[in-house]
Design a protein. Structure first.
Lengths: 217, 575
């Protein structure tokens, strides 16, 4: 028996069934949506590593989905003015400041970056360690760029979200979590395509109201 | 002729302490009460200053491996006709080239000799650079042109860990600049200088042995006029000690009084006030590149030493710069300017070099670069940030201003910005762009509490508001007036995350979200809502364009307008 225990304690061994286990899985950041939290390993967005959100429509609710977690990050007391920053790299439209404020985000610490190459800007923001979260809209044609980004996220403690097209979901990716978003008559549907340490699932979230789902902070 | 009196006058051991009875007979005897100051002077003598200054100003004299390593270098003085060697490097000296040798003779010895012209400006610049570095050790620095700098170091010895360590640090700092100094430490500036000139690296902390040590120095160390030295030599006076034995009045009469004063000052019998060196207030430096540089990568490396010097210069003054102007000088085309702007005043060489590399990588060179010129903007008080002990553990390496300037260096200044909410009822005007770093100082604008962002047909409501104000009604009445019984209002709830302004459509604004989208089209002066799943940005844009086309052609059905009767008080009340 003891040999099995030793084997199970081996760090190279990954136990798929053990979701959110106290030993193997680090705790995630709460998403603010209980239904989604239940389906994610660690009970929330992964604390480290790249998160990919696949959607073909801007405005489908992709920002609303992230808002509670971002608001919590924005207000985390870092004891240092440099942290708690959010960076948006190459957003397709202007994020709407009044809405962000209403969601509880400190827009004074929202860094907007336009221009190409977006992946370079994302990597810089991640490696600087000055940001708490980096959201990026970038197209990756080769896997190396994506791999670089994943490495940068592993070295930082910042939440990294990459928005890509649904078609890109067919390509392999080093991301820790990949979710596809779809809008239906009943609201937003989240398909968990890939989740390291978790399982593929589909969550019906309904109409999002990030202000009401704000994570207690 | 005043005779030499070797038997009666002895070299004084403590010139400052013994009283001077009756005018004294020897030149070494003091007349006035000696200055009882407690100073210690370090002399930095640069024996190879001519070549070192040329090395600093041109890349040619740099001992580049595989390039000029075998070629000996000599410098000639153009003012003297350029025919006489005034300095030579080790290779030239080893071949037998000496100072004062005719250039033709030197060329006969070494046919492949690299001959450079002396540059008085570069020599002065070298001396100032050495003095500027030295200010890091003591505030009292004195220039001794052409080849020496004096430092008063009594107060600094303890800080730097004693005489030996202090001298070692000074030497190391100077050697990192590419100069090979001779250092001597004595209680008087002139004695230090004389020792250093003679290559005697002494460290005398008290005056006790000063005069006896000085006595052994040859007279050449004082650099008196050649004629005087010749006549002294003819008298058999060859060392400082010999001079000190001569009677004072006769010595002063026969030779110059300045020479007697110099002896007094060297031995500490007379005060030796000096004018302190004041470093420059602005920084501007030019460096010739030889050979010319064609690619920007090598250019970045060539600029490295310039940046290092600038930063040590700034460090001394606890200053930083936020604007740096690099000029790349070409032969015939106008210079290329690379202007670096920093988010905050900085004096970090690494940060400047990184930004410069980034900018140079994007710069097109119209031709080979022959020289680099660096000019600083005005000096500013740099934010001296205390380092974070746990910075590495937390993985934090750069601050946000640094990140911003790095992104701006590559993407452009306008590419990095921030947004801010503005208390305004029109959704398209309820936010503004701005400089992200300036927002930090502002207070966060309190926005409408609760669900916000409601809009109404703002042109109409504005008119009503104005009318109401003119009529002298209260703000409450104005709110009532603005109740849009006949107008339209669209709710863009707090979930509307995007604000887009599609150029093709000409719409004022729209916002979209998963449930519904709302827009206000300034072209058609109507607002519309869109239900899911058509509420994507592109769908709204297309729909608005179609609406406009219909309206212009006035054949299709009128715009569908959503009417809501929601109270708008929260929107219109002034915050």
């Amino acid at each position: 028996m003891s040999s099995i225990d030793d084997l199970l304690r081996h760090p190279g061994l990954w136990r798929a069934r053990e979701q959110g286990g106290a030993t193997s899985q680090p705790a995630g950041r709460p998403t603010g949506y209980a239904a989604l939290d239940r389906c994610l390993p660690g009970g929330g967005w992964p604390a480290q590593g790249l998160i990919e959100i696949l959607t073909d429509r801007h405005g489908v609710g992709e920002l609303s989905l992230l808002m509670p977690a971002l608001a919590a990050l924005s207000h985390e007391d870092h004891g240092d003015h440099g942290e708690g920053w959010l960076a948006c790299v190459a957003p397709p439209y202007q994020p709407y400041a009044p809405a962000l404020v209403a969601c509880g985000i400190d827009v004074r610490r929202l860094l907007l970056v336009q221009g190409q190459p977006a992946e370079w800007a994302m990597e810089q923001a991640l490696r600087s360690g000055a940001c708490s979260a980096v959201l990026g809209w970038a197209e990756f044609r080769n896997r190396q760029g994506l791999r670089r980004l994943q490495l940068a996220t592993e070295q930082s403690r910042c939440m990294a979200v990459l928005f890509r097209r649904l078609a890109d979901g067919n390509e392999p990716s080093p991301a820790v979590l990949r979710i596809a978003l779809e809008s239906s008559r009943k609201g937003l549907v989240v398909h968990i395509v890939k989740s390291r340490g978790g399982q593929a699932a589909t969550v019906q979230l309904g109409w999002l109201d990030p202000a009401a789902h704000a994570v207690a902070h | 002729m005043p005779g030499v009196q070797p038997s009666r006058v002895t070299v004084r051991e403590q010139p400052g302490l013994r009283p001077a009875p009756g005018g004294g007979r020897g030149a070494g005897k003091q007349v006035r009460a000696a200055a009882t100051s407690n100073e210690l002077w370090l002399a930095i003598h640069l024996p190879h200053y001519v070549l070192e200054s040329l090395r600093r100003s041109t890349a040619a004299a740099q001992p580049v491996a595989g390039h000029d390593s075998g070629t000996a270098i000599v410098a000639v003085d153009l003012e003297g006709g350029g025919k006489v060697v005034c300095a030579g490097d080790a290779a030239a000296v080893a071949a037998g080239v000496t100072r004062g040798m005719a250039l033709n003779s030197a060329l006969a010895l070494l046919p492949g000799l690299n001959v450079l012209a002396r540059d008085a400006q570069a020599e002065r610049a070298l001396l100032e650079a050495v003095a500027t570095r030295a200010i890091g050790f003591t505030p009292r620095v004195v220039l001794e042109p052409p080849d020496a700098v004096l430092l008063e170091v009594r107060g600094s010895l303890r800080l730097f860990g004693g005489v030996r360590r202090f001298i070692a640090q000074v030497r190391e700092r100077l050697q990192s600049m590419g100069v090979a100094p001779l250092l001597a430490l004595t209680p008087t500036p002139l004695a230090s200088l004389w020792f250093a000139r003679m290559g005697e690296e002494v460290a005398l902390r008290s005056r006790d042995g000063l005069a006896s040590r000085l006595a052994r120095l040859p007279l050449a160390c004082a650099r008196w006029p050649e004629k005087r030295l010749e006549s002294l030599a003819a008298m058999g006076v060859r060392t400082i000690g010999d001079c000190l034995k001569l009677p004072r009045d006769g010595f002063a009469r026969r030779f110059a009084p300045q020479m007697l004063r110099a002896l007094d000052r060297a031995t500490g019998c007379a005060p030796d006030p000096r004018v302190a060196f004041v470093p420059r207030q602005r920084y501007s430096v030019r460096r010739d590149l030889e050979p010319e540089i064609f690619d920007t990568e090598r250019l970045g490396r060539a600029a490295g030493p310039l940046v290092d010097e600038l930063c040590s210069f700034l460090d001394l003054r606890c200053c930083g710069v936020d604007v740096l102007d690099f000029s790349l000088l070409h032969g015939d085309v106008p210079p290329t300017r690379v202007c670096l702007r920093f988010a905050e005043p900085t004096a970090q060489a690494g940060r400047i070099a990184e930004l410069l590399r980034e900018r140079l990588a994007r710069t097109e060179l119209p031709g080979p670069v022959r020289a680099l010129r660096l000019r600083s903007g005005p000096f500013m008080v740099a934010n001296q940030q205390a380092g974070d002990l746990f910075a590495r553990a937390r993985g934090r390496t750069t601050s946000v201003p640094q990140l911003v300037e790095r992104l701006r260096a590559r993407l452009g200044t306008d590419a990095v910005y921030g947004i801010q909410a503005v208390p305004e009822h029109r959704p398209e005007s309820a936010w503004e762009k701005g400089d992200i770093l300036l927002f930090q100082e502002k207070e966060n604008v309190p926005f409408f509490p609760g669900r916000c962002g409601c809009s109404l047909n703002h042109s109409r409501s504005k008119e009503r508001n104005i009318r109401a104000t003119r009529a002298g009604s209260s703000s409450r009445k104005a709110r009532n007036v603005s109740n849009p019984d006949g107008g339209t209002d669209v709710t863009c709830g707090a979930t509307t995350m995007w604000h887009a302004r599609p150029a093709a459509c000409g719409c004022g604004c729209f916002a979209s979200d998963v449930r519904r989208a709302a827009g206000f089209c300034t072209a058609c002066s109507v607002e519309r809502t869109w239900a899911t799943p058509n509420c994507t940005a592109s769908a709204i844009s297309a729909s608005c364009a179609a609406l406009r086309t219909r309206k212009n052609s006035s054949t299709g059905p009128p715009c569908s307008v959503t009417r809501r009767s929601r109270s708008l008080t929260s929107v219109l009340s002034p915050v």
